[in-house]
Ligand binder design. Structure first.
Ligand code: FMN
Length: 242
């Protein structure tokens, strides 16, 4: 095994969901800055980066947010709480940014490639993300996919719900990069979905189109911060080869 794989293996094995943090332990908040800068390097569907990260740092804001997280110990004792938000409502501005910045330095000879990128970001993405009133376009796309799909493989994830799932997949990858990075920095984390999402949105003053993916508690594990040994279903129940 390569040295880098050994280091990575250690980080993966040492990351545990920590529910109680030691607030007396020194906490370098620049580790969070670096870890978020690494998190945004995670892969994301169509590179749209439909995510936002909110650092909740002040004691009063942490207290308010912990209450919205049902006063879970991890939320109550964390040094910081990071809220990961899915912003599918920002697809137009993100698509236009990514298209412009991906293609701006293309040489003349890449005209064909630029056209493909144009078709992708300015035609396909709008078709995928436009859902019409009450998601009616999504249902039409779904019916059309079901018909075409009888004859050939087609993309079937085309409704508003499918796009929401896609946004949450990408955001969850960023969450994992963040947590592994925090472990590499010497800190602990706990991902949480135990919260009142409507109240989190209003706490962050976000519109209805935004969705809360996860809230991550960060800090240093207190002596009894890990609740038990790691339990995993045996690999032969979950990992298969064809
Ligand atoms: C999407 C997601 C939501 C979770 N929500 C909570 C939560 O609200 N509170 C909590 O204490 N742990 C939460 N967890 C942590 C899991 O319980 C934990 O990852 C699991 O028990 C495995 O333990 P390990 O992370 O230490 O390996 C969540 C994990 C994930 C991935």
């Amino acid at each position: 095994m390569k040295k880098s794989a050994e280091v990575f293996d250690k980080i993966v094995h040492e990351r545990r969901s920590v529910r109680i943090y030691d607030n007396e332990a020194p906490f370098d908040e620049t580790a969070v800055t670096r870890s978020l800068e690494r998190a945004v390097l995670s892969p994301t569907s169509s590179n749209l980066q439909l995510w936002e990260f909110y650092r909740v740092k002040s004691e009063s804001n942490k207290k308010k947010l912990a209450k919205i997280c049902f006063n879970q110990n991890a939320a109550k004792t964390a040094n910081e709480l990071i809220v990961i938000v899915v912003r599918n409502d920002k697809w137009k501005e993100r698509a236009s940014y990514v298209f412009e910045h991906s293609t701006k330095d293309y040489p003349e000879s890449w005209a064909k490639r630029k056209e493909l990128m144009h078709n992708y970001y300015n035609r396909l993405i709008p078709i995928l993300y436009s859902q019409g009133p009450f998601g009616v376009l999504g249902n039409i796309k779904k019916i059309s996919a079901n018909i075409s799909g009888v004859f050939r493989p087609v993309p079937r994830e085309v409704t508003e719900t499918d796009m929401r799932i896609s946004g949450h997949k990408s955001a969850a990858l960023a969450a994992q990069t963040f947590m592994l990075s925090m472990k590499a920095e010497g800190y602990d984390t706990c991902p949480m979905e135990g919260f009142d999402s409507k109240r989190v949105l209003s706490f962050l003053k976000l519109p209805k189109g935004a969705e809360i993916n996860m809230i991550i508690a960060v800090g240093t594990a207190a002596p009894k911060g890990i609740y038990g040994d790691r339990v995993r279903v045996p690999n032969h129940h979950t990992i298969f080869e064809l």
